[in-house]
Write a protein that binds this ligand. Structure first.
Ligand SMILES: *Cc1c(COP(=O)(O)O)cnc(C)c1O
Length: 462
């Protein structure tokens, strides 16, 4: 299997190359040239298997023999052994046919661990094989940097530098990053805001000469391996609920669209999915596009669900590529127009998307209301991202006979501010993290100057 770009111009790559490469050279994103199929028998045989074994079976065709089976099985097993729940991603039944898929039992209490625990190991495997080292750089407003750090802390051939805005990150989120004292982990507190940090990371990717030839790797959600790892929990949860004999629907709190796109891939592989419900916060480009064909950027709004605060959904391009029948030129033209001005999808692709996707946007006041209402009805305290999903699922729930699975993307303790605002006394950290506030921290404060940051990277990478 090869991987091709959504804009049709970049060269096709192998799995190994696609893991080591972020964006395609034509500005597009890589997708598999053909979509592997899971037969009804394949799904039936998965019933009762461990999460790691299901993960191995679902992802094996994408790896295309470029990692031998024993090694790949070991990488997958190690990645999911870091989760604190034996089921890795347990299903929690809320009522007769509404389930929460708890994706937050990984090291940093949010679903990004599912992908990043595997991606770090895949990168390290390929780098070792090639006898190369690489540097990872990323910027975070606090919520997602820790998942990248935890995914790479054991990787001998990777050094990771995560920039966060100094004194503008919540204490729990800062400590989740800065208490990782591994030799290859560098937390940099920038005297500036998140945009300053992100601008320096972008500039470093645009001109990598400061690294003298060492590879710079991005671990953001445009990396294909992240999508691949996320396909697994759609399959595992549907099988647990009776696939291939019974359909399910999924509701996904969404931002960059990586998570729900993985679900769509599972569907295209043969998983019987009735519909996908996309939940957004007030940053609702996905909802506006699907509901009103308003494919346009709006100003960023800071919400109570900060991991979903985006202007553009980068992975939506992968779905557009499918909706436009894999016509890379059409996708490139559409996205060029989109960058310049408000635009709209063509009728046929929009109609195709509407057959499988519904959407719902949830504002901050409603998030607080939902946290209270869901607790009243189910005793669960939802994190604010999952709350958008809960509301969308309740609103867009179709036939009662089809189970609805809402993806719980974060543990409420990670976003306690919203939970407290909703009127609860707070949420304790889970037992394996309850000493977080006493752990030793390590980070370096630097001015918001590109030269200072790049010098720090060059001096400290191993
Ligand atoms: C990243 C994130 C999301 C959004 O996921 P996408 O793949 O970007 O759509 C939702 N909830 C939480 C908690 C996240 O960290």
């Amino acid at each position: 299997m090869r991987y091709i770009s959504t804009r049709g111009q970049a060269p096709a790559l192998s799995f190994e190359e696609v893991v080591l490469t972020g964006m395609a050279s034509d500005g597009g994103l890589y997708v598999p040239e053909t979509i592997p199929q899971l037969s009804a028998d394949d799904l039936t045989e998965m019933a009762g298997l461990s999460y790691a074994e299901i993960a191995f079976r679902v992802m094996r065709p994408f790896v295309n023999g470029e990692i031998d089976d024993d090694t790949f099985r070991r990488l997958v097993t190690e990645a999911y052994a870091t989760f604190s729940h034996d089921a890795v991603v347990p299903l929690n039944q809320l009522d007769a046919n509404h389930f929460l898929l708890e994706l937050f039992h990984g090291p940093t209490l949010a679903f990004k661990d599912v992908a990043l625990q595997l991606l770090g190991r895949l990168l390290d495997h390929f780098l070792k094989k090639r006898g190369e080292r690489a540097v990872i750089m990323g910027a975070t407003s606090g919520d997602t940097g820790s998942a990248a750090i935890e995914g790479c802390r054991h990787c001998d051939n990777l050094d990771i530098f995560i920039l966060h805005p100094y004194q503008r990150v919540s204490e729990v989120q800062r400590r989740q990053m800065t208490s990782v004292l591994a030799d290859n982990v560098f937390n940099v507190a920038i005297e500036g805001n998140f945009d300053d940090a992100q601008a320096m990371v972008k500039a470093s990717f645009a001109d990598q000469s400061f690294l003298n030839g060492t590879r710079l790797v991005a671990v953001n959600s445009i990396n294909w391996a992240r999508i691949m790892a996320q396909i697994v929990y759609y399959v595992a949860s549907a099988v647990a609920l009776g696939a291939p004999h019974r359909k399910v629907s999924f509701c996904v709190p969404s931002a960059n669209f990586g998570n729900v796109f993985a679900g769509y891939m599972a569907y295209r592989m043969g998983l019987p999915v009735e519909r996908f419900v996309i939940a957004t916060n007030a940053n609702d480009i996905l909802h506006r596009t699907l509901a009103a064909n308003d494919f346009s950027k709006q100003e960023l709004k800071a919400t109570l669900a900060p991991s979903m605060d985006i202007v553009v959904s980068s992975n939506f391009e992968r779905l557009l590529f499918e909706a436009y029948d894999r016509d890379g030129a059409a996708v490139a033209a559409l996205l060029e127009r989109f960058q310049a001005e408000p635009t709209a999808l063509a009728d046929a692709p929009l109609a195709q998307l509407r057959e499988r996707f519904a959407s719902h946007s949830v504002d901050d006041a409603t998030i607080l209301e939902v946290i209270r209402e869901a607790h009243h009805r189910t005793q669960e305290i939802l994190d604010p991202h999952t709350a958008t999903g809960y509301r969308a699922a309740e609103r867009e729930r179709g036939e009662a006979s089809v189970p609805m699975v809402t993806l719980a993307t974060a543990h409420p303790a990670k976003f306690a501010e919203a939970v407290v605002k909703a009127g609860f006394p707070g949420v304790p950290l889970p037992p394996h993290m309850d000493d977080l506030l006493e752990r030793e921290e390590r980070y370096t404060v630097l001015p918001a100057e590109l030269a200072a940051v790049q010098q720090f990277v060059v001096e400290n990478r191993r």
